[in-house]
Design a protein around this ligand. Sequence first.
Ligand SMILES: NC(=O)CC[C@H](N)C(=O)O
Length: 485
Amino acid sequence: MRGIMIQGTSSDVGKSMICTAFCRIFSDEGFEVAPFKSQNMSNNSYVTILGEEIGRAQGVQAEAARVLATVDMNPILLKPESGMKSQVILFGKKLETMDGMDYRAQFYEKGLKAIDQALANLAQDFTHLVIEGAGSPAEVNLNDREIVNMTVAKRADVPVILVADIERGGVFASIIGTLALIPEKQRVKGLIINKFRGDVQLFEEGIRFLESYTGIPVLGVIPHMDRHEIEQEDSLGVQAVQQISRVEHAIELVVCKHPYMSNFTDIEPFLKEPDITIRWAETVADIGHPDILLLPGTKSTIADLRYWKQQKLGAKLSELYGDTWIVGLCGGFQLFAETLTDSQGYDGTAVENEEGFSLIPSMHVEFQKQKMVRRQRGTVKFEHAEVEVAGYEIHHGKVTASAYPLMHCGDIGEGYFHNRLLGTHLHGFFQDLHCRTAFLAPIRRQKNLPIPSPEVVKDPFDRWAGHVKSHLDWEKVIEIMEADQ
Ligand SMILES: NC(=O)CC[C@H](N)C(=O)O
């Protein structure tokens, strides 16, 4: 099998997004291509159609490649939770919870085996892979135990393209420093300068310097793209999820930033609405009096509940209730319960009976061993519209409360919607344009904002891939990929 690996000079240089673009371009050109990342560390996961968990980025990249996402595309997923531990997901299934030391000591061999197995499985269905690295490949203290960068490039026997982010500065030093420290430097066959702002021609001299100093071609300088509308995956991307609207009387959306927040990709769809200002609240004092207060998912509901109790969020919620639209997604929804039970600590903190914020009468959450991982769809009745929504669930908590269900999934009620309080276990709820528009309609009406009619925009993958391709020497990329190592 052939392929190409994208490594970065550090985290958040845009590796995932470059891989997404490559997946779409290869797919356009008729390659049988799949994304791959050996190990992800993220609380944003993607649910495959078989109800297994992988990192969101590989799920999204599979969509870009127009193939079904499978667990082989991301065999190892670490989901950080309370107490400095992580839940280890192997081939889509929860294995165990470990701290970092144990993980490193016990998992290395198992991890390598999983990677080889996944690569072999992918080779049966695909001819080419777009492989994403993680963090920096130059963490010299980890060289003998790493299973995310050069180890993977070697095992898959693919060339590497190194991506650097010019926005954060130090682009020359980060490229040259990385090349000086990594093992297998000869695998690096190309460089990409990402997130460029301004006139690319002004960087000509920079390109010449890099090429003559390193002997490696610069394959392209990719200008920053503001509204690409493709989901971001790791928590560094959270900074990007905020927005100041220029619209007068804009809708104010405040998001509670739980210490163990997960699935923040649920908030990204609101960035597509130019009449919404989005702010984060780390403390109750940050909340103010917004139009919408959103409590996202959390890896450790009880731990975050205790954090917010200390902050006296309960009193704030009572003050806002009935006026502000209060939205809880997954763990955020569970916070609205009267009581929560986690006898065995499946959510991270063992407790028999923890009092919740009691916004929903007789709602009780019980955390169960069995993790509910599935895709779900249902019908939601809003004030003036009934919409079909599809999303996915990932939670241990089972909720008992049936009054005012938000939606009907067949004959089963899910979530809660009454008196401007909305809660659901469904991630991806606001991703749906029709659902988002119907939810926002009464708020827009009240604020005298125009209600847009949902229009279908150009496929964001096509737009992003077109942008990347037009700034790359694409023929050279193919040549690098098809050459023998
Ligand atoms: N994704 C989430 O928000 C999960 C909520 C909670 N930690 C559970 O497992 O039930």
